[in-house]
Ligand binder design. Structure first.
Ligand code: ZN
Length: 105
């Protein structure tokens, strides 16, 4: 087994576990069972993802990077200008917030 990633909490750990599973990478979460007593334990005891199969390590790091990356839209989306009113719109939006016109193709 190889240690892959220490999650912030059990929710993130579970999300990542599912995400890895969808990529056919088997992993387990350890440390989770201590969460109930976390107040009395050192702060570094958090749910940690472990790879069951060491051979998955490279692929798991790729999947992990994708999991941690911000959503694609906010990376790719450049600001655009509304054709109707000239307002500059954040790339995440498909519609002008000022006049409601849709983003040009
Ligand atoms: Zn507009």
């Amino acid at each position: 087994m190889r240690r892959l990633y220490q999650a912030r909490d059990r929710i993130e750990a579970q999300l990542l576990l599912d995400f890895l599973d969808r990529h056919l990478i088997r992993s387990v979460v350890l440390g989770d069972f201590l969460a109930g007593a976390a107040g009395e334990l050192p702060a570094d005891i958090c749910p940690t993802l472990w790879l069951i199969d060491d051979q998955d390590l490279d692929r798991a790091h790729e999947v992990l990077a994708r999991f941690l990356a911000p959503p694609q839209s906010s990376l790719d989306a450049a600001p655009w200008h509304c054709a109707a009113c000239g307002e500059q719109i954040e790339g995440d939006f498909d519609r002008c917030w000022n006049c409601g016109r849709a983003r040009p193709e």
